[in-house]
Each structure stands twice: as C-alpha cells, then as structure tokens.
Design a protein around this ligand. Structure first.
Ligand code: SF4
Length: 332
C-alpha cells in the first residue's frame, strides 16, 4: 500500500468524486448561470471513475469516498457506480457518502442503502418554502424534507443537512435550523459562503462561523464534541437533545493542517485542493485514455501534483482572483 502524501506530511485517505457538473438546481452561491458545461466526451465514464476509485482504494490507502456533483443523482448510471463501490467495500475498509440536493433521491433511497451508502449530506438552505425557491431556483422544499424523513427511517448511519449561510439571505434562520436539528435528531452543518468562479462572491454576504455560533446559541446550549482527526467541522450537541450542529469555517478559520482530501472532477482532473490553482491539479482523463495510462503512471501523476499542494489556502481575495472553476464542477 503506497498512500498519497504531500510535502507537509499529510496523508490523503479521502477521495471526493464529482460524477457530473450538471445540476437541476440553480443555487445563488454556486453557478446560477450554468454556462460552460463539460462536453460529453470530456466526462469520465462510470468504468473510468470506478477504475480510479478501485486503484486508489486497493493500492493507495483511500478509506473514505464521497460522491458529489453538480447533482450526482442526475447521472442515470449512478447506481452502477454504487454497485461497483459496494463490491469494493466487501474487501476493503471504506465509508461511502454522497452530497446531494435531494430532489432525485426519495425513490432511490432503499437501493442506495442496500448498495452500501453510509452517509447522506442533503442541501437544505432554507426552511421557508419561498426563500428555498429563491435560493435554489426550485420549489422543492416539501419533497426534500420527505427525503430526510425517509433516509432516517431507512437507518442511514449518517444523515446531515448542508446549509450555506449568507448574510442577509438566510442567516436569520439559524435558530430555526437549530430547532430543526433538535426536533429531528440530526446534524445541521452551517457552511461558510465560499468564493468560486462565477458565484460573484461578496464579502458583505459573508458571515463567519463565530457569528453563526453566537446566533445558534440563542436557541440552546451547544456542547462541544471531541475533534475528529481530518475533520472539516466544529461539532456541537444541542443540550438536552440528540440534535447536532456543525460549523464549516473554510474561509475564516481554515482546517488545512489536517487536510486528507483529494478531488476528482467529472472531466477527470485530480485536484489537490478545493481552491486549487492550475498547478495543483493534473489531467487523469487524458492519461487514462492513453497507452501510457498504467496504474503506476496514474499514481505517479498524483504523487507529482501533490508536490505542488500548498500548506494552506490563501485569503478570500486571492481565492476570488485565482478561481478558475465553478463549484458545480468541483463538487464542494
Ligand atoms: S482548502 Fe484545500 S488544503 Fe485546505 S482543507 Fe480544503 S482542500 Fe485542504
């Protein structure tokens, strides 16, 4: 087993795979324009994604996998990928998660659970139907709340709500979300609004996790939970309940020191950081499709690009000026 390490001694055991840059929603903090989608011939096939996943898990110490998008469930052959990953899980220690907007989830929940999906993060940016519609471009709140209920009913080990908090948009709903977490005994993850290409990130829409936490504490006492190695979140249990809230402070208080994440984009770019510069990603698609595309060559390409990984991401203004990819093409 040859784990993927960078020059700061960080071992990368977590692969996030964006299976498509397509999405059926138009969230304001992502890329509502939806221009510049990957051409079909640039998209990795399920076999190509599975080959990379299999190589990384069997030979390079990946033990955590998360499927993302765009919206992963828009890919018609997504269950095929879960089937392949499910087979890997029978032999290798692997936890599998998915980040989804929940619109195409309900009917597939039993199959996804049977295929070994462990962790579901479902986007839920408002508990108010109209505001949900204005943030996402889709009037889908009741349906998504149904998917939460069904996922918990089916016994998924982890069901969490992802909430991107924007000042003046949904920050006043933080107490409602704390109540929601307490009432439904699940985790609400409050995510700082991050700059990506085309999402017109503005600092006056940004609210940091400390301010979010102060607002959340108006609703209940938050009991800090032990920090999990490599974790991106600061976790708290809501006193007297089984509800949890987490804060993801990517912008105001980075967690790069414990970074163990690699990202594979839908067009086969291996990114060593969420905010990667061009030098911090490498094209696995072309390699995969060439005669030189052996497993060793792919592993070498990953090791080489990891040499360029920075110790920590730069300040928001630098990120704004250097971002060349939209969030839906990276998968968050
Ligand atoms: S910003 Fe980049 S280096 Fe920092 S934790 Fe995220 S992926 Fe890792």
């Amino acid at each position: 087993m040859k784990p993927f390490c960078d020059s700061f001694g960080r071992t990368h055991s977590y692969l996030r795979v964006s299976v498509t840059d397509a999405c059926n929603m138009r969230c304001t903090y992502c890329d509502p324009s939806h221009t510049g989608r990957f051409a079909n011939d640039r998209l990795l096939s399920m076999q190509e994604i599975l080959r990379i996943v299999r190589l990384f898990v069997t030979g390079h110490g990946i033990t955590k996998l998360r499927l993302t998008g765009g919206e992963p469930m828009v890919r018609r052959d997504i269950l095929q990928l879960f089937r392949g990953i499910g087979e890997l899980k029978t032999t290798y220690p692997l936890t599998v998660g998915m980040t989804t907007n929940g619109t195409l989830l309900f009917d597939h929940l039993p199959s996804l659970r049977a295929l070994g999906l462990d962790a579901l993060n479902i986007s839920l940016d408002s508990l108010d139907r109209d505001r949900f519609h204005s943030i996402t471009g889709m009037d889908a709140l009741p349906h998504i709340l149904e998917s939460f209920r069904r996922a918990q009913e089916l016994g998924f080990p982890s069901v969490k709500a992802n909430v991107v908090i924007m000042q003046g948009v949904n920050d006043h709903e933080i107490p409602d979300f704390v109540r929601f977490a307490a009432e439904h005994s699940l985790t609400v993850r409050f995510i700082e609004y991050m700059p990506f290409a085309k999402n017109k990130w503005e600092s006056d829409r940004f609210i940091d996790f400390r301010s979010m936490k102060q607002i959340a504490e108006q609703e209940g006492t938050l009991i800090p939970m032990a920090y999990q190695p490599h974790s991106v979140s600061k976790d708290f249990r809501i006193a007297g309940t089984n509800g949890m809230v987490s804060f993801i402070s990517s912008v105001s208080d980075h967690f790069c020191g414990g970074c163990n994440r690699l990202r594979l984009t839908a067009d086969g770019q291996l990114r060593t950081c969420l905010f990667a510069l061009p030098s911090m990603e490498t094209d696995l698609r072309t390699l995969l499709r060439s005669r030189e595309g052996s497993d060793e060559a792919i592993a070498d390409a990953v090791r080489n690009v990891l040499k360029n990984k920075w110790e920590k991401h730069p300040d928001p203004d630098t990120i704004v000026s250097t971002q060349h990819s939209v969030m839906r093409a990276i998968g968050g």
